[in-house]
Design a protein around this ligand. Structure first.
Ligand SMILES: C[S@@+](CC[C@H](N)C(=O)[O-])C[C@H]1O[C@@H](n2cnc3c(N)ncnc32)[C@H](O)[C@@H]1O
Length: 192
């Protein structure tokens, strides 16, 4: 939090100068989330309160393992990390390889055929262009019955037409957690 290179304002300015992809391509190896302790405490709280199934987890846009490390401490089973820019930082901290896939590739079906008990996306879904969210959400709904979004923002708010219904929400230390479960996936139209 106190690192001047890592404040919300400095990150926002870097996104504007370099673009999100350019920023993470340049800085991904040294990425750390200053909110990691708050994410860890929040995950501990909601895992108990919301009875999350941690049997087989996808940590989407996994950074340097902020959610993975916390979920391991909470007894999670197998966790897959995915991140196109921070996979080296993830490997260094977790000892696990992350797949270097983008949201765009996942929206195009790169994970077809997988099955997870839970998808966690921490501090990252707000980086997806709004126009790309419906298809990404639709694809994620094919992979898992539950999606946990952790975010310092109010956005993004996922819509039931994209396959996800908001079931639970809480905010702690200015970090928000939203648990989505399936809406009417079979009838979902990702283009609506
Ligand atoms: C603010 S960091 C969050 C990382 C970690 N989940 C956390 O809680 O700290 C955003 C993450 O999104 C990833 N990212 C950026 N653009 C992406 C894209 N197009 N597809 C997938 N991941 C992307 C970055 O590499 C980075 O790890």
């Amino acid at each position: 939090m106190d690192d001047p290179q890592n404040t919300p304002d400095s990150i926002r300015a870097a996104y504007q100068q370099q673009g999100v992809a350019g920023f993470y391509a340049a800085e991904g190896d040294s990425y750390r989330n200053p909110h990691e302790p708050a994410i860890r405490r929040l995950l501990r709280q909601i895992t108990a309160d919301w009875s999350l199934d941690l049997g087989r987890v996808l940590d989407l846009a996994c950074g340097s393992g902020e959610a993975t490390l916390a979920l391991r401490e909470l007894g999670a089973g197998k966790i897959d990390g995915i991140d196109p820019y921070t996979f080296r930082a993830y490997a260094a901290r977790t000892g696990q390889q992350a797949e270097a896939l983008t949201f765009e590739q996942i929206a195009a079906g790169a994970l077809d055929g997988r099955a997870y008990s839970l998808i966690v996306c921490s501090f990252a879904l707000h980086l997806v262009e709004v126009s790309r969210l419906p298809l990404l959400c639709y694809q994620l709904a094919q992979l898992s019955p539950a999606l946990l979004v952790i975010t310092p923002h109010k956005r993004p708010e996922l819509r039931s037409e994209w396959g996800w219904q908001l079931r639970e929400e809480t905010v702690s230390e200015r970090v928000r957690a939203r648990l989505y479960e399936h809406g009417a996936v079979a009838e979902a139209d990702p283009w609506r």
